[in-house]
Design a protein. Structure first.
Length: 376
């Protein structure tokens, strides 16, 4: 026998509902006759489904209105954000415009308010710096130096052009180019050109200086080193000891005579010495043409020795002792110095140095000449 009979009124919905209604009537203390009979109960029970349908419809309407309201709020927030974004864009545009106008106004004010004699007419020494190794890939390259020298020469306010030198020398070709450019201006005779040696004015740097009208050096400056150098290694024995086979393919018996891993024959050594002697003689002739009779009759001058400023004065390699500041006082009542050395892009300079360093580290061939007017 089952615990829950099929005809149990508590498990039947209709009966439960009827029982519930009866219980409610009894709880109210009135029977069917007192409440107006069964017709009243039927009419009361008949209105239930309609009320339920009305409630579902109201719920769906409320949900629809809530969705519309949510969508409206979202659209409003998007519009507010767009308006705010446009306002910030306009603000920054006006800020940049105001900044540019302010900078332009300051520049114009400076140009208009600075007196002409201070801005353009003030007399000064036009300085071009020869700093570091002279090479086509270094800051002290011929193109850059010549540009600065010509700018200083053409300036109507420069009393003299000054080569401010602090260099151990370098490329013969770069030195010769600057030498010829200075000599061409010197021959015009419109403006004096003075070379002032700071710490070091040697080899190719002195080659340039010898083209100037005058050379000035401090007593402790190092001047001279009129010579030519080539430095390399002879590693043919080391490569044999290591058991390494060198493979070099050339067209021409002497094409690889400077290869450090190949033996240099006596005739090749004699030829290379002739190249160095020829280049050295070009250096000697240029210095004699620039310095003339001021040079002492001393063969040691062209032997590659380097001298102090005091010794160089006795040998005629320099004209007087002094510094750049003293030269400014010598030439002008109110000493002024203006740098005409063309500016260089720091990123380009860094890239060049990095490339040269990597090439040297890897042993790659360099574009510059192996023959150098430079201190070892």
């Amino acid at each position: 026998m089952s615990d829950t009979p099929k005809d149990d009124p508590w498990t039947q919905g209709e009966m439960s509902s009827s029982s519930g209604k009866g219980a409610s009537a009894e709880a109210g203390g009135s029977g069917p006759d007192e409440s107006g009979g069964s017709g009243s109960a039927e009419s009361s029970g008949g209105s239930g489904p309609a009320e339920t349908g009305d409630s579902a419809e109201v719920l769906r309407e409320r949900q629809r209105l809530a969705q519309i309201e949510s969508m409206d709020r979202w659209i409003q927030s998007v519009l507010v954000e767009q308006r705010r974004s446009r306002r910030w864009k306009l603000f920054f545009r006006f800020a940049w415009l105001a900044l540019l106008l302010g900078v332009a106004a300051l520049v114009g004010f400076a140009l208009l308010m600075v007196p002409g004699d201070e801005r353009e007419q003030a007399r000064h020494l036009g300085v071009v710096k020869v700093d570091g190794v002279i090479d086509s890939e270094s800051p002290a390259n011929a193109e850059r130096l010549i540009e600065g020298i010509e700018a200083a020469w053409e300036s109507p306010s420069s009393a003299a052009v000054v080569l401010h030198i602090n260099s151990p020398g370098g490329s013969p070709v770069q030195s010769q180019r600057v030498y010829k450019a200075v000599m061409a201006l010197r021959e015009r005779g419109d403006k004096p050109i003075v070379a002032v040696v700071e710490d070091l004015g040697a080899s190719g740097a002195y080659y340039m200086a010898s083209a100037a009208d005058e050379i000035v050096a401090a007593p402790s400056s190092l001047v001279g080193s009129i010579g030519v150098i080539y430095a390399g290694f002879g590693l043919e024995g080391a490569i044999d000891d290591l058991g390494v086979e060198r493979r070099v393919f050339t067209a021409g018996d002497n094409k690889a005579f400077l290869d450090p891993f190949s033996e240099m024959r006596p005739e090749q050594q004699a030829f290379w010495q002739e190249v160095l002697d020829t280049t050295h003689q070009q250096f000697i002739d240029a210095v004699k043409a620039g310095r003339g009779d001021r040079l002492a009759d001393d063969p040691r001058i062209f032997s590659g020795l380097i001298w102090t400023g005091e010794q160089a004065l006795e040998l005629g390699l320099v004209d007087r002792l002094g510094t750049l500041d003293e030269e400014a006082h010598e030439w002008l009542d109110q000493p002024r110095i203006k740098d005409y050395t063309p500016s260089q892009d720091p990123f380009d300079r860094l890239a060049r140095r990095f490339g040269v360093g990597v090439a040297q580290w890897m042993g790659l061939p360099q574009a510059s000449s192996p023959v150098r007017y430079q201190l070892p």
